[in-house]
Design a protein around this ligand. Structure first.
Ligand code: 5GP
Length: 190
């Protein structure tokens, strides 16, 4: 998606630890026109698939997930993060390692918002080592819902997430694929 790539090149900043900061248009200030296009692009890439619900994790996944849900006319559900969870019969929960904070976080969804047999599309802002997607997959399995695919705004293709998702035979659509952040330079895969 050329508009997204242009924005990454002009406004993205590379931080230590292979972190790309895009807080001027995705992670803090949101470029609503770009986010609208992102929603349309995801809807197009998963056109023809039956999708009942979009699933993401708070907070940065919500904007692209919301725009996609709006185009598709389906609800958006986001997993909430907690430092630690006491087990409850009313929630689906998963533990994941956060790439940006380098800490374990529990994520949870109230069981009322994910039902057996529902067709679920996962949307997130970044894909690094695939922990966030893994946590959401775990929750989808607990709910006995069905995964339609995974849509990612910015994939860091040099990290392990893509390989792991592809190995599971899941359709993965990423709107910008970064091949390297070496020397503080963003290089795209294609
Ligand atoms: P993963 O779980 O795939 O290892 O990492 C993806 C999650 O970590 C995303 O939900 C995103 O919030 C965060 N993340 C990973 N890499 C980056 C990055 O380079 N920049 C930003 N802003 N967030 C990232």
């Amino acid at each position: 998606m050329e508009t997204l790539k242009h924005k990454i090149i002009t406004e993205g900043r590379v931080l230590p630890g292979n972190v790309l900061k895009v807080d001027s248009f995705i992670n803090q200030q949101i470029d609503v026109a770009l986010m609208t296009q992102i929603g349309q692009e995801f809807a197009q890439r998963f056109a023809g698939k039956k999708i009942d619900k979009i699933l993401t994790i708070e907070s940065s996944g919500i904007a692209p997930a919301l725009m996609t849900a709006q185009v598709l006319g389906v609800p958006l559900v986001f997993a909430r993060k907690r430092k630690s969870l006491t087990l409850s019969d009313e929630i689906f929960a998963a533990k994941l390692f956060s790439y940006t904070t380098q800490k374990y976080t529990d994520v949870m969804i109230d069981k009322r918002f994910l039902a057996e047999g529902e067709n679920v599309l996962i949307i997130d802002d970044f894909l690094a080592n695939g922990q966030a997607v893994d946590g959401l997959l775990d929750i989808i399995q607990q709910a006995q819902a069905k995964l339609v695919g995974v849509g990612i705004v910015i994939e860091k293709s040099f990290q392990s997430g893509r390989g792991e998702i592809e190995a599971k035979g899941i359709q993965l659509e990423s709107l910008a694929k970064i091949g390297s952040l070496d020397n503080n330079q963003v290089t795209f895969v294609d």
